[in-house]
Design a binder for this molecule. Structure first.
Ligand SMILES: CC(C)(COP(=O)(O)OP(=O)(O)OC[C@H]1O[C@@H](n2cnc3c(N)ncnc32)[C@H](O)[C@@H]1OP(=O)(O)O)[C@@H](O)C(=O)NCCC(=O)NCCS
Length: 231
């Protein structure tokens, strides 16, 4: 394998390797109870944790045993989240995906974009066949991200993690290289435009309504998502 590409640019965020200069951002953005509920990231999270994580990340990249990335806000260049491939298996060409995002950046497709970017790394750079993720059954937001990107649920793993002094059931989700459809950059919402003929007759206010509608719809959908628990 030649020099590996380790910077991936999206519309809202970029993925890049973690550096020691990210320590402050990590401490500020990762220290969140919600994140520690759904991951094995400790809470509270201090400078020592950040320094240890950065050193670990650099070591993993060097040994090619894991590939942790920072999620960088394109506007500010600050780190607002993390995403990584772990349990790298070069023999069978697969890896496990994990991620977290600061609260203030959630609910606007940031992680959906970040997952597509890391799949470009997994499928195009590493030439892997399969990427999988384990999600606690309580984590509806994470399940939505994976399903939206095209991951399929392969299993329900009972009492698969001992977390915060309790057994947790988890879903196993996976995506194969052949099933991944990278985003085209065009909106995925229902047909944004009609044919030219009908558009000329469309009153202007309808077009305006259409542009503002998706945001509201997303909020409503979020509240009404049924828990995806299955036995
Ligand atoms: C999971 C997480 C990364 C999602 O990031 P995000 O940028 O908000 O994700 P997106 O905006 O790309 O997509 C969020 C989806 O979840 C939905 N969602 C958000 N909060 C939700 C909630 N509490 N319940 C159900 N769905 C929710 C959104 O509506 C959206 O679904 P849609 O695309 O169908 O509209 C973020 O919530 C997080 O960091 N959580 C804590 C750490 C964590 O859970 N890590 C993953 C461990 S498996």
């Amino acid at each position: 394998m030649g020099a590996m590409k380790s910077r991936f640019e999206g519309t809202q965020v970029n993925l890049r390797r973690i550096t020691p200069a990210d320590a402050d951002d990590l401490v500020r953005h990762i220290g969140d109870r919600d994140i520690s509920r759904q991951t094995f990231i400790p809470y509270p999270y201090g400078r020592k944790d950040a320094r240890r994580f950065i050193a670990w990340s650099q070591e993993q990249w060097r040994k090619k045993t894991a590939f942790p990335f920072s999620i960088e806000d394109r506007r500010t260049g600050r780190v607002v989240g993390g995403i990584g491939l772990h349990r790298i298996n070069f023999l069978h060409k697969n890896a496990e995906l994990g991620y977290w995002l600061n609260k203030r950046y959630r609910g606007r497709g940031v992680m959906t974009e970040a997952v597509h970017l890391i799949l470009a790394f997994a499928f195009r750079e590493l030439k892997f066949e399969r990427v999988y993720g384990h999600v606690f059954v309580s984590n509806d937001a994470s399940v939505r991200v994976l399903r939206r990107v095209g991951f399929k649920r392969e299993g329900y793993l009972r009492r698969s993690y001992f977390h915060r002094r309790r057994w947790q059931d988890s879903h196993l989700y996976a995506i194969l290289k052949q099933d991944w459809r990278p985003p085209t950059g065009k909106p995925t919402r229902p047909k944004a435009r009609r044919s030219t003929a009908s558009r000329t007759k469309t009153p202007r206010r309808i077009v305006t309504t259409r542009r503002t509608a998706p945001a509201r719809r997303t909020v409503t959908a979020r509240r009404s998502v049924p828990a995806r628990r299955r036995a």
